[in-house]
Design a protein around this ligand. Structure first.
Ligand SMILES: [Zn+2]
Length: 869
């Protein structure tokens, strides 16, 4: 599954599962499932016969079911009584006599609900290209919602084969994991019988149908399909071409050919609060904004996003689908690996995109932010309830998982690591694993078993901090001392703790060569000597492949500042990240970050400016609504304006994708700081929309509209609302709706909130609008949601209910907010669902600690000169 909104989507909810996992005495072998959906009535009926293997004689059979109304249940063709435990999401059959070990058949009939958010079988409504209304059906089963579709052993370890069939309205197209045979029935409807799947986990089953178009290409014997609502299938061409290259790449990398005859990519209109795409085996589901390239609104970054998401979901076809984690506590292995692989494959297939350096700028920072606070947790942790399963899909699982896999690969080296993955795939295909089984297939890491090093990062939370002291050079050899501790942004995480950290030390030689260096393992809390060949500036964690923050003594840092332009891009971006973080944690003064930032020249790599722009935006966010805010915004604007002036508003023929990306960042950043020049440009562009719908070039469309929205007067906001209402593309419309919430003028915020009580938008769009408000005014968004709880709950997917409202307050700088969140959670959420509230409070506390710590230095900085330096 691909998460798009990592922090805000951290969630938990739903009924607590009384006990954990299903008994293993009866296991499914083959499901024969048939469903008849009624899309108009939002219900469906189903029947199934499941061939099971009784492993131990038993009189009770327990499986999962949720929100299903079960009609009949039979065991070996004889009716048997069944009991539904709604809270536990279980169905229990009591057999008249003990079932003997061996094959048996259990059958059910039932009716179920078609949901309007992405859980189980769900409907998505949209407007067709010709203006008529459309409704598409699709399934989303991870995790754990297959039980909302049919009674199932809905746990990843119960792998079985599936034969699915469905009654489909005339003229519609239906898609599942395997190709289907269609027969027309007397009443005009169609009967789709899909081929039997290989053995797989229940959460990977898929069914979709609607007024769809399908386009295919072949790669070897595999048919790759693009499936969209009618009229937009050509927007899938880029994803289709990427998927072809990726299939070839992965067939080679994993050493196992893709095992199904086809792989469809289905584009669903709409969006989810929880995910962007899902790796159903052979039938990957995406929301349109992660799969389709619409030339009217898409930009260079859209290509990157599409490629990255397709690479992620396709990596799961092996890592996740062919070999699956045994239980959700190892979810990180699925998601961390797919996230790492998406970056590796994207980097290998599109070297110009600098995906590896972008990983340092984004995934690494994303993980280390939350991992350095009290609310972190180990990557591997016990998971029992559906609440906890939903909670597992967080930035620790994805981004820290990615960083840890990347650290292991870079230490072992790419080829031996890949060979280990090939052994793992060959050994465990069609099976389930735990994390240690992967480590067992990898060669030693710096002479130590991988598991020994890896466990330090997977079984304990927190970020290491490695400090370099006293480097001296004699006879062409540099000696220094390394000491480690734990990096913490708040008091609770500033604890003594150690890891075995594999680390690369590099030397920027006087001649500028970077050939020298050494790989070391840093363990224990006492300073240990290291020696490196060569003399010059020492670069700690060269390449930024290790999951650690790094700190220098004064002389070491001064050398880094001096040689900054000669560092590799990963090290430049990583240095900005480390210095900003170390100032935030109080481990060093903000002046060190300022000194490095001042070495980023106007013509530096776009990614460096993206990093600076992001850090300035975070810094400004800490002081939103406080006396220092205005001066800080001006300081940030003065820093970024010359860069935008240099690259210009217009995309140049053949420019690097990073330049296009940073232009968007700079416009949006400057727009949010209230830069008069950028705001005036945005007004001029939007004014031209009335006569020319293509007036804003796609490459800056999002940023220009965001700037316009941020700075809108009440009359301009009304114009934006009119543009939003007229928009037909679901992706463009969702973007616009979110922007209605971000206006700085509080009168516009009031109008945005009032819109939430009308029926102008879909439930998903209203959730997006409220989230937009929370970006500018977290307190108002939270207060409104708390006062309209039932309304807001009605928009949400079950997996996001516990986290959504409390998450709106995350950006708040009001000291009263933690108390309000606690009171809300206590009054409205069961104890088992309060973890997201505690998490939000932890993040607010860490933000406040950072803001207090940095205030004197920030005040000094904004007061010092106004020139762009
Ligand atoms: Zn995933």
């Amino acid at each position: 599954m691909k998460k798009l909104v990592a922090l805000l989507a951290l969630t938990a909810s739903g009924p607590a599962l009384a006990q954990g996992q299903l008994p293993k005495s009866v296991v499914p072998v083959l499901y024969d499932i048939s469903v008849t959906p009624d899309a108009k009535a939002l219900t469906f009926s189903g029947s199934e016969t499941v061939t099971v293997d009784v492993r131990e004689a038993t009189r009770t059979v327990v499986l999962n079911g949720a929100d299903l109304s079960i009609g009949t249940a039979t065991w070996d063709n004889k009716p048997v009584p069944h009991r539904v435990d709604a809270a536990a999401q279980q169905v229990t059959l009591t057999l008249p006599a003990e079932a003997r070990p061996g094959r048996h058949q259990v059958a059910f009939t039932w009716t179920g609900k078609i949901n309007q958010s992405a859980a189980g079988l769900f409907a998505t409504d949209y407007t067709n290209v010709d203006g008529t209304p459309g409704r598409m059906l699709a399934t989303q089963f991870e995790a754990p919602d297959a039980r909302r579709f049919a009674p199932m052993w809905d746990e990843p370890a119960f792998k079985a084969k599936f034969r699915l069939s469905a009654v489909v309205p005339a003229g519609q197209l239906a898609i599942s994991n395997m190709p289907g045979q269609v027969t027309r029935r007397a009443d005009g409807t169609q009967f789709y019988a899909f081929g039997e799947t290989p053995i797989m986990s229940s959460y990977l089953l898929f069914l979709g149908m609607g007024d769809l178009e399908r386009k295919t290409v072949k790669e070897g014997n595999v048919e790759i399909g693009m499936v969209t609502r009618r009229g937009v299938v050509d927007q899938g061409d880029y994803a289709l071409a990427s998927a072809r290259k990726l299939l070839r790449y992965y067939n080679d990398y994993f050493g196992q050919p893709y095992p199904l005859p086809k792989m469809d990519m289905i584009a669903g209109p709409g969006s989810s609060q929880f995910f962007g795409a899902m790796e159903n085996w052979g039938a990957i589901f995406y929301f349109e904004n992660t799969l389709l390239f619409d030339p009217k609104i898409s930009t260079a970054s859209t290509y990157q996003r599409i490629h990255t998401v397709v690479a992620h979901e396709m990596a799961h076809q092996w890592f996740g689908d062919l070999v699956t984690m045994r239980w959700w506590d190892d979810l990180w292995l699925n998601e961390g690996f797919a996230s790492w692989m998406e970056s590796k494959a994207t980097n290998d297939l599109n070297p110009g995109w600098q995906a590896r350096a972008e990983e340092v700028a984004e995934a690494r920072e994303g993980a280390m932010g939350i991992d350095a606070t009290a609310v972190t947790h180990p990557i591997v942790r016990p998971v029992q309830t559906p609440d906890q399963i939903s909670e597992s899909f967080d930035s620790i699982t994805y981004a820290k998982g990615q960083a840890v896999i990347g650290m292991i690969e870079s230490t072992i080296d790419a080829d031996p690591f890949r060979d280990g993955i090939r052994r793992y795939m060959a050994k465990y295909k069609y099976n389930n694993t735990v994390t240690d089984q992967l480590w067992g297939e990898l060669p030693p890491l710096a002479g130590r078993p991988v598991a020994e090093v890896a466990r330090g990062f997977t079984l304990q939370g927190g970020v290491p901090l490695v400090t370099l002291q006293g480097a001296t050079c004699a006879n062409g050899v540099t000696t220094a001392r390394l000491v480690q501790g734990r990096f913490g942004l708040d008091a609770a995480s500033k604890q003594p703790q150690t890891w075995t950290v594999p680390l690369r030390l590099g030397v920027v030689g006087q001649a500028g060569n970077q050939a020298e260096g050494a790989s070391v393992l840093v363990s224990g809390a006492t300073p240990a000597p290291v020696t490196v060949k060569g003399c010059g500036t020492l670069v700690l964690n060269q390449g930024k492949g290790s999951y650690t923050r790094t700190r220098y003594d004064d002389a070491g840092h001064a050398a880094i500042v001096r040689d900054y332009p000669r560092l590799a891009l990963e090290d430049r971006v990583g240095q900005l990240g480390d210095d900003f973080a170390l100032a935030s944690s109080g481990d060093q003064d903000l002046s060190r970050w300022i000194a490095v930032m001042d070495r980023v020249a106007p013509d530096a790599e776009a990614l460096e400016w993206q990093m600076v722009s992001g850090e300035l935006s975070r810094l400004t966010g800490y002081y939103e609504g406080t006396p220092v805010e205005r001066a800080l915004r001006a300081k940030a604007a003065a820093k970024l304006e010359p860069v935008l002036a240099r690259i210009g508003y217009d995309q140049r023929q053949g420019e690097a994708v990073q330049v296009t990306n940073v232009r968007e960042d700079l416009i949006a950043g400057l727009g949010s700081y209230g830069s008069a020049e950028v705001a005036a440009r945005a007004r001029a562009y939007v004014a031209r929309l009335a006569t020319d719908p293509a007036a804003i070039p796609p490459a800056i469309r999002g940023a220009i509209l965001a700037t316009y929205a941020s700075n809108a007067t009440p009359a301009e906001w009304d114009a934006l609302l009119a543009i939003t209402k007229a928009e037909r593309s679901p992706v463009a419309k969702n973007q616009l709706v979110g922007l209605l919430g971000i206006a700085r003028d509080p009168a516009n915020t009031a109008k945005a909130l009032a819109l939430l009580e009308t029926d102008s938008f879909t439930a998903q769009q209203k959730a997006g609008l409220l989230r937009g408000v929370s970006r500018r005014y977290p307190d108002r968004a939270f207060d409104w949601a708390a006062a309209h709880r039932a309304t807001v709950d009605g928009w949400l997917e079950s997996s996001t209910k516990a986290g959504f409202i409390v998450g709106l307050g995350t950006g708040s700088n009001d000291p009263a907010m933690p108390g309000k969140i606690t009171a809300f959670a206590n009054a409205n959420l069961p104890e088992a669902s309060r973890q997201p509230a505690r998490r939000t409070i932890g993040i607010i506390a860490a933000r406040k600690a950072i803001a207090d710590r940095l205030r004197p230095a920030v005040t000094r900085w904004v007061g010092s000169g106004t020139a762009a330096n």
